[in-house]
Unconditional design. Structure first.
Length: 135
């Protein structure tokens, strides 16, 4: 959730802002589920997918600027993550909200920890501090 977000920050403002927005959107969906606001749920889930797609494009552009050597692996991971997120959203739109928060949060957290952290470390090693904020 966004309250735990600080521990997942990478120090790359563009990426951190994207994730903060996605975590906040997941929290919003959970409130909508609790309130049985089904029309808003679908709209919020569509927004989450739109933001994630934007995030993928923005992140890959940053990686290209930095000549990140593992960009192809990261692109494949994005495809897998996008597919998993789509599956969660389809299940939710079909009325299965049972693990929505845990599943989406875990997908995002795993990606941050396993893939994005590697990129952030690379950026630091390459001294591209213009992309990074002080942590």
């Amino acid at each position: 959730t966004s309250t735990q977000f600080e521990q997942y920050k990478l120090g790359i403002p563009e990426i951190d802002n994207d994730y903060w927005l996605m975590f906040k959107t997941v929290e919003k969906v959970l409130l909508e589920v609790d309130n049985k606001d089904y029309r808003s749920i679908n709209s919020s889930l569509d927004y989450l997918m739109q933001e994630f797609t934007k995030h993928i494009n923005d992140e890959i552009q940053l990686m290209r600027k930095m000549n990140f050597p593992f960009i192809e692996t990261h692109i494949v991971e994005h495809s897998l993550l996008l597919h998993a997120l789509e599956k969660e959203i389809v299940n939710a739109k079909l009325g299965d909200y049972s693990n929505l928060n845990a599943d989406i949060d875990q997908l995002l957290i795993n990606h941050i920890e396993q893939y994005d952290r590697l990129y952030a470390d690379y950026a630091r090693l390459m001294h591209k501090s213009y992309l990074l904020e002080e942590i």
